[in-house]
Design a protein around this ligand. Structure first.
Ligand code: KG4
Ligand code: ZN
Length: 340
């Protein structure tokens, strides 16, 4: 059976459309929004307006690149949540209108499950694709979420740990903002951390029970530390920028790895995956590879394009829901807090 799906992603500040045939990706078009850079974070109202401007050209391009017409689409999958309500609304409305006009089934997808399922996307050009085997553990680290999940099957997942306050990506972005960096600061900190000393400055690790995380204390500690240092020397940040980036990144990675290692020991699962925007971080990828040697893990690190928000992963999740017969009705509504 051949199934061709259109995927739509609009949960935050990236508008994306993808065409997938079974597990094979035919196209994946992502349009980012530069408008948020100077605000230090995503401005919801500006994001939804930009989605409205981008959605039709992005879908058009996805069809063009895939060499597929809209009549060949068997189902349309869209991000139903979690995310920014106004942003989700644009993708949801587009998907519903498409389904109605083309008389195709509609599939509502959980954005977080989709980040994890990105590991199963097959790229026709990539012969070395090595998908994780069930059950596997996934550390999902993005701008809005930090979760440890046991993945038993494509749509059977259990969250065994999560952040009680900020997400790991938020820690990067908020600490970056304190250093006057534009949004998103994560990639800039990553780049500069490579040139700095990770042990130049020490920040305390949170003491959080079980497999949960917390990052808000680190952000506050970073803020107070810099406030005191800048009082004594106005140029402290500029003079120590690379060491600050390296030390901050090292602390965030240490916190993430500590619980990931514990989760693997507690569950006995040694197939380990990372997913989400922060999984693009070079230090985190290296830490996971180092732990793999020490603990005999088999690790799965997504391709860079699939770490950020993209519609290929939404179409991938939609494919498994299609096979399961899990369709949404025309009464489906976006959900800012969408549990799985
Ligand atoms: O998954 P994603 O694209 O969007 C959400 O669903 O949140 O993740 C975006 C987050 C931002 O916080 C961004 O700073 C972070 O991922 N990020 C990084 C890197 N690339 C993106 N953080 C650290 N190092 C990176 N290389
Ligand atoms: Zn995301």
């Amino acid at each position: 059976m051949s199934v061709t799906l259109l995927g739509i992603e609009s949960s935050c500040d990236d508008t994306s459309a993808a065409v997938l045939r079974n597990e094979y990706l035919l196209s994946n078009v992502i349009s980012g929004q530069k408008v948020h850079r100077s605000y230090g974070g995503v401005v919801p109202e500006l994001a939804s307006r930009a989605h409205q401007q981008h959605i039709i050209p992005v879908v058009d391009q996805a069809f063009g690149q895939a060499g597929v017409t809209r009549d060949q689409i068997d189902a349309v999958a869209f991000t139903q949540g979690p995310g920014l309500l106004g942003s989700l609304m644009v993708g949801t409305s587009f998907a519903k209108a498409f389904a109605l006009a083309q008389n195709t089934p509609l599939i509502g997808v959980n954005h977080l499950q989709a980040h994890i399922l990105a590991h199963f996307i097959k790229d026709p050009a990539d012969r070395e694709h090595d998908a994780p085997e069930f059950p596997f553990l996934c550390l999902l680290v993005s701008g809005g979420h930090t979760q440890l999940t046991v993945v038993r099957n494509y749509l059977e997942m259990e969250i065994i740990g999560e952040t009680i306050d900020d997400a790991a990506g938020e820690a990067f972005d908020k600490c970056g903002k304190i250093m006057d960096l534009p949004y998103p600061a994560g990639p800039i900190i990553d780049k500069n951390a490579r040139l700095g000393n990770p042990h130049a400055f020490e920040f305390t690790r949170p003491q959080i029970p079980e497999l949960h995380y917390s990052f808000s204390g680190l952000k506050t500690a970073f803020l107070y530390f810099l406030r005191d240092q800048v009082k004594a020397d106005q140029d402290f940040i500029q003079k120590n920028f690379q060491d600050l980036c390296a030390s901050l990144q090292h602390t965030i990675i240490d916190i993430l790895m500590d619980k990931l290692i514990r989760a693997s020991q507690q569950t006995g699962i040694r197939d380990i995956a990372i997913a989400g925007g922060v999984s693009a971080n070079s230090g985190l990828k290296q830490a996971v590879r180092t732990a793999a040697q020490q603990y005999n893990w088999k690790v799965h690190i997504p391709k860079f394009t699939y770490t950020m928000d993209n519609a290929a992963m939404i179409a991938m999740a939609g494919y498994y829901k299609y096979l399961n017969g899990e369709f949404a009705g025309m009464d489906a509504v976006p959900q800012a807090r969408f549990k799985y």
